[in-house]
Design a protein around this ligand. Structure first.
Ligand code: GUN
Ligand code: ZN
Length: 447
């Protein structure tokens, strides 16, 4: 059934342009936005203007303290690591992987573990308004296929990545050989294609874990496959100084970490590079030239003391940037919380005398939605409320008994204020309804 959504809409039109509009938005039965009537007097008036006779109307109960916001895009999340959120002790990346991460991921050999964990991750991220997630699973074909099944069933847009790791990995958790990595990668691609042939909701993503854990032959094969089948790629880059040193030692022919990936054709306009904390100017320019996107993971970079990514420095060079929770390097499955962290980390850079790195509220909300969609190559489809895009939308209500945000009378109807309060104090309790591709997928109604 077609629906007219009526109320206040907050969305990004670009890096620094957060638009707040009062409108009626018409969504057809396929979940596509077919009209946006700004300042319409009512949903019915807008529907009449477009010749609609059969439709339902959805409007928040309290217009003055509610708004629609696009679904969040999590450009980097390890679904399999969700049980470990908050567990990192005093480790940094490489010892954290060995101590906490690989043992947990190895347990996904058991499909029952995969099923129960992945259903909780999907429910939780949907509860936090994540409409699109670029997931890392594990090396296991069955478990990774279960993640694909569950995301499709729940209606969450997802990139499904089977981790490729055929080198320098523990004996108990790795691809046994180049050939077995290739067969397993193919099997997951085939499974995803079988259950969602047009990749409307889920799609496969090639996932060399990071350069340290992949043989040169495996990276070369993945780069070739990405080009031949126009597949997206996700990996980690330049997260931690010891990781960078180790990578450069392993690849003495390359002049940089980004150069290693470039050698194997892994830097494309469909590549999502997580972290990018310590890139050099030359690497940043190469990443921009190749059209790659960066998944900025501020909660993880703080927790694992990896460093502070210079987001403005990337954006200024034309690099696409979105946000990643990086569960469980990052401790939160919430992109709203991650946007808050992105803003604060940028202010830490500013406190160190680099004022130009400061991000605004509008900018971090751009990263959380349209920026993430650009990184995922989905900005023609989602990321804001333009005609022709899909209805991926959160209905946020701030004033209610269970709301973590206190709203004062003088701010009712002042949506710029409300958005700031939501960013800093809001959480999943404020998500009253949530649609992906026009389908209602989550919500906790209280207002
Ligand atoms: N580098 C290689 N694997 C990982 C991982 O699982 N998490 C993070 N944050 N970095 C990585
Ligand atoms: Zn990661």
């Amino acid at each position: 059934m077609a629906t007219v959504y009526f109320g206040t809409f907050v969305h990004s039109l670009g890096q620094t342009e957060l638009e707040v509009m009062s409108a009626a938005v018409g969504v057809d039965s396929e979940g596509t936005i077919v009209f946006v009537e700004k300042d319409a007097a009512s949903a019915d008036e807008a529907a009449r203007k477009h010749g609609w006779s059969e439709y339902s109307v959805t409007a928040p109960l309290d217009q003055a303290t509610s708004f629609f916001f696009p679904g969040f895009v999590d450009t980097h999340i390890h679904a399999s690591q969700y049980p470990n959120v908050g567990l990192f002790g005093k480790t940094t990346l490489l010892d954290w992987l060995n101590t906490y991460t690989f043992p947990l991921e190895a347990s996904f050999k058991d499909p029952a573990v995969a099923r129960s964990t992945y259903s909780r991750v999907i429910a939780r991220t949907l509860g936090h308004g994540t409409s699109t997630a670029a997931y890392y699973a594990t090396v296991h074909v069955e478990g990774t296929s279960i993640l694909a099944d569950l995301a499709l069933e729940a209606g969450q847009r997802a990139f499904i990545g089977r981790c490729c790791m055929d080198a320098n990995s523990p004996d108990y958790y790795c691809d046994e050989s180049l050939e077995s990595a290739q067969t397993a990668t193919r099997a997951v691609i085939d499974h995803v294609r079988k259950i969602d042939p047009t990749y409307e909701i889920i799609s496969p993503i090639l996932t060399p874990r990071f350069a340290i854990s992949c043989s040169r032959d495996l990276m070369a094969w993945l780069g070739k496959l990405a080009a031949e089948e126009n597949l997206p790629v996700q990996t980690h880059i330049s997260e931690n100084t010891l990781e960078i040193e180790t990578t450069l030692k392993m690849h003495p022919y390359a002049d940089s970490y980004a150069g290693v990936y470039d050698t194997y054709g892994l830097l494309t306009n469909r590549s999502i590079l997580a972290h990018a904390v310590h890139l050099t100017d030359e690497e940043r320019d190469l990443v921009a030239k190749r059209g790659c996107g960066v998944a900025h993971c501020p909660a993880s970079n703080s927790a694992l003391t990896s460093g502070e990514t210079r987001v403005k420095w990337l954006l200024d060079a034309g690099v696409k940037v979105g946000l990643g929770t990086d569960v469980s390097g990052g401790y939160t499955p919430s992109i709203l919380h991650t946007a808050r962290q992105a803003l604060l980390v940028s202010r830490h850079l500013a406190m160190k005398g680099e004022e130009k790195h400061k991000l605004s509220i509008d900018e971090v909300l751009y990263l959380s939605s349209l920026g993430g969609a650009e990184v995922c190559g989905l900005d023609n489809k989602v990321g804001n409320f333009l005609v022709g895009k899909k209805w991926d939308a959160q209905l946020i209500a701030l004033d209610g008994k269970q709301s973590p945000v206190d709203i004062f009378d003088w701010e009712r109807g002042n949506h710029e204020n409300l958005v700031a309060k939501w960013l800093f104090n809001g959480d999943d309790r404020n998500l009253t309804k949530f649609w992906v591709n026009g389908r209602l997928v989550a919500g906790t109604e209280f207002s």
